[in-house]
Design a protein around this ligand. Structure first.
Ligand code: ARG
Length: 399
């Protein structure tokens, strides 16, 4: 029986060429799986058809938009996930979900091999294969771009030989990955890290410097899940989408950074994640109001570790699962409203309101109505500084 390869299909040049290439090389049938993660852009029906035109025996499109929002973006939001304090992990979050759907397609269509279009230099190969190792260790993996040392030129030549319908996907000078949580742009002139990004690099955000009226938004959270915008009940998918539009129109969420890849390379990345940055900013502030100090301090370290694990492709790892449990526990009281102004590339919190607030006006105020007993502070400060005082005395004695 002919083996079947289940291919993670984006509709772009590389995965289009991979279809006839895999069929030939592996002497196999190719099942193409395209996952809709709210990336917008090309119509999913056109993508589905292209796979068939390139020679796939089956071509499926999975609508995973709500699932991606609820089960991947929301956990990232609850972890305030920013790799290296800046990158909201949009590509890192999508791969484990794509893996999930590849595995179910392999079951449904009798696939024994799974394939992806990643090269050997990036993080995404790790995310695919670490996910597969956890969910379906019996499936074999083949990555044509990596395992058969493709170059872009070779792929284009092969496509021309085969007369593949790839016209539309050929010319882009950048490597782009985009979904509901944001957009990543790399390669081309951005590889010179002194070159500034030009306006045409961006698609989710308007120029932050252009003059315009600010936009004000109120985001309501329930236990760390965004549930309303300006009082309207919406799904996480709808909330992220609307904030992408509104914060994007104000130029919020542009990130230009050099980042540490898992494979050891430093790479230049330009991201735009207007919805993600607005939501993380709001969520962090609501945690500031509702999470007890020591839990909040501890959680910052957990958040960072969570982000590194997810960046490194370990979504399905035991440590990530254990950190999820702590993060979920910490969300118990993260309910309330955050008001923000979106303007000139920034999402700025201007108000917070919560039935779970730990902010106590009568303790905080410097005006009349103060209930804080300042006489307790004197002894507290003396004992608090005692260890440093004793150590300093010892050091003075030693000279
Ligand atoms: N550097 C980012 C990451 O590792 C983005 C990767 C984007 N992928 C791509 N094929 N352009 O998560």
């Amino acid at each position: 029986m002919t083996e079947r390869v289940v291919l993670a299909f984006s509709g772009g040049l590389d995965t289009s060429v991979a279809i006839p290439f895999l069929a030939e090389k592996m002497n196999a049938e190719v099942v193409a799986v395209a996952v809709d993660l709210g990336q917008g852009g090309e119509d999913m029906d056109a993508i589905q058809k292209r796979a068939i035109d390139c020679g796939a025996v089956e071509s499926v499109v999975v609508d995973a938009k709500e699932e991606f929002a609820a089960d991947f973006c929301v956990p990232a939001l609850q972890a305030n996930a920013l790799y290296m304090d800046r990158y909201p992990l949009l590509s890192s979050l999508s791969r484990p979900l794509i893996v999930k759907h590849l595995v179910s397609a392999a079951k449904r269509f009798g696939g024994t091999i799974v394939s992806h279009g990643c090269t050997g230099k990036g993080n995404d190969q790790v995310r695919f294969e670490a996910g597969l190792a956890a969910l379906a260790p019996d499936l074999k993996v083949v990555a044509p771009a990596r395992d058969f040392a493709w170059t872009r030129d070779k792929a284009i030549e092969f496509a021309e030989q085969k007369g593949l319908p790839i016209e539309t996907t050929r010319k882009n000078p950048f490597s782009i990955d985009q979904n509901l949580w944001g957009r990543a742009v790399e390669t081309g002139f951005l590889e010179d890290i002194w070159n500034g990004p030009t306006e045409d690099v961006y698609a989710y955000t308007a120029d932050p410097a252009a003059p315009r009226e600010p936009d004000e938004v109120v985001i309501t959270f329930e236990r760390g899940v965004p549930v309303k915008l300006d009082g309207r009940a919406l799904t996480p998918y709808e909330i992220i989408g609307e904030l992408n539009r509104r914060a994007g129109a104000q130029g919020v969420g542009r990130i230009d950074m050099v980042e540490d890849r898992l494979v050891g390379i430093k790479s230049r990345e330009v991201y735009e994640a207007p919805g993600a940055i607005a939501l993380v900013t709001a969520h962090m502030e609501l945690e500031n109001v509702t999470v007890e100090r020591d839990l909040a301090r501890f959680k910052r370290g957990v958040d960072q570790r969570w982000s590194e694990l997810v960046y490194d492709g370990l979504w399905f790892s035991p440590l990530k699962g254990a950190l999820d449990a702590l993060i979920a526990e910490a969300q118990k009281h993260v309910s309330g409203d955050i008001r923000m102004t979106l303007h000139a590339g920034k999402a700025t919190v201007t108000g917070r309101r919560s039935g779970q607030s730990l902010y106590d006006f009568s303790l905080a105020t410097y005006d009349t109505g103060d209930t804080f007993d300042q006489s307790l502070a004197k002894g507290f400060v003396q004992l608090f500084s005692l260890p440093s005082k004793i150590a300093a005395a010892r050091d003075a004695k030693n000279g």
